[in-house]
Design a protein around this ligand. Structure first.
Ligand code: HEC
Length: 109
């Protein structure tokens, strides 16, 4: 009887250890994805409705070559503050999303 209880105890310890390590692994995998924002995805979620699937414009202007007109800093400010019919995204976007988006747009020339 005691042996059996011992076995159960052991088994539950092993199961606990397994589930803990599984959990740890999951977190490790989730982290880089959360930190590394994907500009195209952010664009799709927040900008596509006005600037179009190909950045060709619509309600907002064409920004296919916005890097020729605006620097990365100017683009960041533009996205943060909005203005002239564009809403501000300062609150909606995480810093790394904003940065990824601006770096990508500033490179379009
Ligand atoms: C509700 C519509 C709308 C949404 C959503 C929107 N914009 Fe705009 N955007 C505009 C309008 C309208 C302008 C032009 C404003 C003006 O004339 O000053 C503009 C201007 C810009 C400019 C300046 C272009 C230039 O040549 O000066 C950039 C860059 C820009 N938007 C990027 C973005 C990004 C990035 C997002 C997503 C985070 C976004 N916009 C979401 C409507 C929008």
């Amino acid at each position: 009887m005691e042996d059996k209880q011992m076995n159960y105890k052991l088994l539950s310890i092993i199961l606990l250890a397994l589930s803990l390590s599984a959990c740890g692994n999951k977190e490790q995998h989730a982290e880089p994805a959360a930190v590394k924002a994907d500009a195209a995805t952010v664009y799709k979620n927040f900008c596509i409705s006005c600037h179009g699937a190909n950045l060709q414009g619509g309600e907002g202007p064409n920004i296919q070559k916005v890097g020729e007109r605006l620097s990365e800093e100017e683009i960041i400010l533009r996205i943060q503050k909005g203005g002239g019919g564009m809403p501000p995204f300062q609150v909606a976007l995480k810093d790394e999303e904003l940065k990824a988006l601006a770096t990508w747009l500033a490179g379009l020339k």
